[in-house]
Design a protein. Structure first.
Ligand code: SAH
Length: 351
């Protein structure tokens, strides 16, 4: 038997070709597309305007992916929900649902594990297991939409994984997510966060999407960045800033810099001065994130007064800056930690 095709990862054009090949008319493909991406069905038998005979053909040819929620934690403080999902092959990924005044936001994972090695990050401790398919990225949002019964209006690709290390799948995912016959989430409401893979940042710019690119900066000099992020050995700050300018030129979209603050490493007034020098010539926004302590690593959050002082200094220099509101503080902290805890528990019970 031919290998079944992951139908949810097909673009509209690819789906059309597949349906034509199966001997149906092209409008059927539009109907099926809507069942999958708008009505979010999990079974071909739910597609009531498709003849039974053709549904059977589809079941043979295609697979409709689904995720199983194996753990959900709900914050008592702000209603944030953290989901641990199991993929078809047993791997686990995390997603977070946050409720804001302006709508619901979901933070998704783009890979199982990560190979970027950022020193403060729990997702990378065991390296990369594999890339997620477009359908597995969509499924996190589709499943949460079904479970909460509420529309998702913002998506941030800031969970486990480096999205630009899974570039082609990411592009298909964005296309499907923002398509008018699917959930139709505005590109402007999609943020992709990268540790700074320069050639891919430029390739993304060339696609001229209206999404927000967030760059995890975390240090304003090469030396500082290298202490926290191995990727800084490959690309210098100068190359990164050039890529940011290029992104802005091509898309007109302001860049976001993420700056995780670690006590004694990147939280001094000198660091603030260096950030100002970098940020001033650019059209950007800076998001300060007090580092989330990870058990395996010895990094500590700066005192909140340091973070506030840092922010004030940037503001005085007319830099657009916010301190990331910590959502779901009472449920498993930083990304990657929920999955890690589950893996450890499983290993313990197996011993
Ligand atoms: N690989 C991408 C996206 C995933 S991480 C990237 O590097 O941007 C999303 C953001 O959370 C990044 O800015 C990352 O550096 C930050 N982050 C990861 N672990 C953290 C922790 N323990 N505390 C604070 N920020 C963390």
């Amino acid at each position: 038997m031919q290998k079944q095709i992951d139908i949810k990862s097909l673009t509209k054009e690819q789906l059309k070709n597949e349906i034509l090949e199966l001997g149906e008319k092209s409008f059927r493909s539009d109907q099926i597309y809507e069942w999958i991406h708008k009505k979010l069905v999990l079974d071909f038998d739910e597609m009531t305007n498709i003849k039974k005979e053709f549904r059977e053909k589809c079941k043979e040819r295609f697979i409709l992916t689904n995720l199983e929620a194996v753990d959900v934690q709900t914050s008592k403080i702000d209603g944030t929900k953290k989901y641990l999902f199991q993929l078809a092959d047993g791997n686990l990924v995390e997603s977070v649902w946050m409720k804001y005044k302006h709508g619901n936001s979901v933070c998704i994972s783009s890979q199982v594990g990560c190979r970027m090695g950022c020193r403060f990050c729990a997702s990378t401790l065991d390296g990369l297991e594999r890339n997620l398919t477009p359908s597995e990225m969509l499924d996190q949002i589709y499943k949460i939409t079904r479970l909460t019964g509420e529309r998702v209006s913002n998506v941030v690709v800031m969970g486990t994984g480096e999205p630009l290390d899974n570039f082609q799948n990411l592009l298909v995912f964005i296309q499907l997510l923002t398509d008018e016959y699917g959930l139709h989430i505005s590109q402007r409401n999609v943020t992709v966060s990268t540790c700074g893979i320069v050639p891919k940042m430029k390739e993304l710019a060339d696609k001229k999407l209206q999404i927000t690119l967030a760059l995890s900066l975390h240090g304003a000099t090469d030396e500082k960045r290298r202490r926290l992020m191995p990727v800084a050995e490959r690309y210098t700050i100068e190359q990164l800033m050039e890529a940011c300018r290029y992104y802005f030129e091509k898309t007109g979209r302001r860049i976001t810099f993420e700056y995780s603050m670690v006590a004694g490493i990147n939280d001094t007034s000198e660091d603030a001065g260096e950030i100002i020098a970098l940020a001033k010539p650019l059209n950007c926004h800076i998001n300060l994130i007090p580092v989330n302590p990870v058990a395996e690593r010895n990094f500590k959050q700066p005192d909140i007064s340091f973070v506030e002082g840092f922010k004030n200094k940037l503001e005085k220099n007319r830099i657009n800056v916010t301190i990331r509101r910590e959502m779901g503080r009472d449920i498993d902290g930083a990304c990657g930690q929920l999955r890690r805890r589950h893996k450890e528990e499983k290993e313990e019970t197996q011993c």
